[in-house]
Design a protein around this ligand. Structure first.
Ligand code: ADP
Ligand code: ARG
Length: 359
């Protein structure tokens, strides 16, 4: 679908994005000519959701100012996604002493792997959708220099995407370490301009600590490992996040927390996930979805967002990231995973709904 922005966008009857839900004609008329000081236009902010009618959210910010200037729309999207109102204020908390978890699957029966990531962007530089080529390259240099100083278990190497061997790139994606290219949601938001320039990945020797550079956010800091030791994954992440903060000033807003390209990632910008084998729940979708909803969990496929599940293995993560702390995100994942494992164990092997898995 193409759209030139000259009139109110048409949304298909089956479009369920938050953009379609909240963008009224009156709001469109009020915002359509607005542009931030970095030159990011309202029409760019909504382009991805107009072009990709299967979007869940459909809007991207181009800079910190987007969250103010386009607030008539973004505040409604944020409130709907995170349950965070205009009068709420985000608070960060990295205090591990408040975390009360253990490995939910010590025998390794269900959890294949655990991954926790945060998104970060650099203060005083536009976000990916509005930055120019030289700003993108300066972010790459800043981050590549910062990760060069990481010590001990975190020490590793930065690999620019430009010039990376195709086979190496494919294998990194297949093994869940690297982002895919060509994401149509990001492309329509202007986040893939000048690809692969300025993009890359840092990882330590074990590939348990990684940093993606200039994908959807300027930094995605990731800790991951096989099995269900959520606490170890979280501790490693925090060590890395704090170490990089010594040389990279993160973009932070007093109300919205860490600012990100997509409003779904605001606040903690944290997605804590497990790849978990739930073959019985996969065949009992009402029960699966009920537990997921009760625990504010999102269900994705095993090859990332917009992919499908394979062999009864799902990516389960915290849905909410804003208005709850980092500790809460991890605690929420833990409790939800415990509930899912209990449900999986309870399900009898009687007649089941054979419809394909969610996602
Ligand atoms: P994000 O928004 O967190 O970057 P994506 O859904 O785009 O997430 O996934 C990015 C990559 O991370 C994909 O390859 C996905 O399979 C992988 N991934 C996510 N969670 C896990 C996990 N718990 N274990 C292993 N790989 C994971
Ligand atoms: N823009 C896409 C959509 O609306 C992605 C939304 C959430 N995911 C993300 N990676 N920001 O469906």
């Amino acid at each position: 679908m193409s759209w030139d922005g000259s009139s109110f966008p048409e949304f298909n009857a089956d479009c369920t994005s938050l953009l379609a839900r909240y963008l009224s004609r009156q709001m469109y008329d009020r915002l359509k000519d607005k542009t931030t000081k970095n030159g990011y236009k309202f029409l760019q902010a909504i382009n991805s959701g107009v072009i990709n009618q299967d979007s869940q959210i459909g809007v991207y910010a181009g800079d910190a100012e987007s969250y103010d200037l386009f607030s008539p729309l973004l505040d409604l999207v944020i409130e709907d996604y995170h349950g965070f109102s205009k009068d709420d204020r985000h608070r960060s908390d990295f205090d591990l002493s408040r975390l009360s978890i253990s490995n939910p699957d010590p025998d390794g029966e269900f959890i294949v792997s655990t991954r926790i990531r945060v998104g970060r962007n650099v203060a005083d530089i536009p976000l990916g959708a509005a930055m120019n080529s030289s700003q993108r390259c300066s972010v790459e240099t800043l981050v590549a220099n910062s990760v060069r100083d990481l010590k001990g278990e975190l020490a590793g190497t930065y690999y620019p995407l430009k010039g990376m061997d195709d086979g190496v790139q494919r294998q990194l994606i297949k093994d869940h370490f690297l982002f895919k290219d060509g994401d149509r949601f990001l492309a329509a938001a202007g986040l893939n301009r000048h690809w692969p320039e300025g993009r890359g990945i840092f990882h330590n020797q074990e590939k348990t600590f990684l940093v993606w550079v200039n994908e959807e956010d300027q930094l995605r800091i990731i800790s991951m490992q096989q099995g269900g030791d959520i606490q170890a994954v979280f501790e490693r992440l925090l060590t890395g996040v704090h170490a990089i903060a010594e040389t990279v000033p993160y973009l932070y807003d007093r109300r919205l927390g860490y600012l990100t390209s997509c409003p779904s990632n605001l606040g903690t910008a944290m997605r804590a996930s497990v790849h978990i084998r739930l073959p019985k729940l996969a065949l009992d979708l009402p029960a699966f979805n009920l537990v997921a909803e009760e625990h504010h969990l999102q269900i994705r496929g095993v090859h990332g967002e917009h992919s499908s599940s394979e062999d009864g293995v799902f990516d389960i993560s915290n849905t909410r990231r804003l208005g709850i702390t980092e500790i809460d995100c991890v605690q929420e994942l833990y409790q939800g995973v415990v509930a899912l494992i209990n449900k999986e164990k309870q399900i009898s092997t009687g007649p089941v709904d054979k419809t394909p898995g969610p996602v």
